[in-house]
Design a protein around this ligand. Structure first.
Ligand code: ADP
Length: 193
């Protein structure tokens, strides 16, 4: 049983690490970005509403994002906990998640903060652009996403620091090594794989 967040700038490796941690801790990894991209691919109503927003590197309105997360966390596989990747990203989303946890009679257990400097994340995102062709991985949109992250999301980390929840991990190094660092940091807080 663990309710976890993984936070960090675009390109810090959140998605990669989230999948590994989720498998180790046996909770679902819930990535709002992945859910939006899946909806865009399937051209659902939600997908149609968010396509232009993702392509511009802007944030989807809280109203839509919050409802999506609420629905996802109500699924049976999230009964034993969750690992959220890419949410919450705004002050409104932090507040909303607090409400969801309150209703569950639970709280957040830890917030994994992946640290990677700007040069490294720009390098990684540019490489991913060539491999995966994600429509928001063009140079201009990457820069914009980093700006939006610094402005809207980075300041929220202070809230989790005040709550004593942050496990800071260096995101530079081999994928396995970073996973080991995170698991060690969580184990130190009593969250065991
Ligand atoms: P990255 O790691 O590059 O930030 P994500 O897959 O997490 O990529 O997110 C991709 C895009 O999906 C964001 O730029 C934004 O448009 C949208 N998105 C994802 N999560 C949220 C959220 N919590 N609130 C608003 N928009 C979101």
């Amino acid at each position: 049983m663990a309710n976890l967040l993984i936070v960090g700038p675009p390109g810090a490796g959140k998605g990669t690490q989230a999948a590994r941690l989720a498998a180790a801790l046996q909770v679902p990894a819930v990535s709002t970005g992945d859910i939006f991209r899946q909806n865009i691919k399937e051209q659902t109503e939600l997908g149609k509403r968010v396509t232009a927003i993702l392509d511009a590197g802007e944030y989807v309105p809280d109203e839509l994002t919050n409802e999506l997360v609420d629905d996802r966390l109500a699924q049976p596989d999230a009964e034993r906990g969750y690992l959220l990747d890419g949410y919450p990203r705004t002050a409104g989303q932090v507040e909303y998640l607090d409400g969801v946890n309150l209703r569950r009679g639970e709280q957040l257990d830890a917030v994994v903060r992946l640290i990677a400097d700007t040069d490294e994340v720009v390098r990684r995102l540019s490489a991913r652009a060539l491999e995966q062709g994600r429509s928001d991985d063009t140079e201009d949109v990457i820069r914009h996403r980093l700006d939006v992250y610094e402005r809207e999301t980075a300041p929220l980390i202070a809230i989790f620091e005040e709550r004593g929840l942050v496990v800071e991990v260096d995101g530079i190094g081999a994928v396995d090594e970073v996973t080991e660092r995170i698991l060690a940091g969580l184990a130190a807080r009593g969250i065991e794989a």
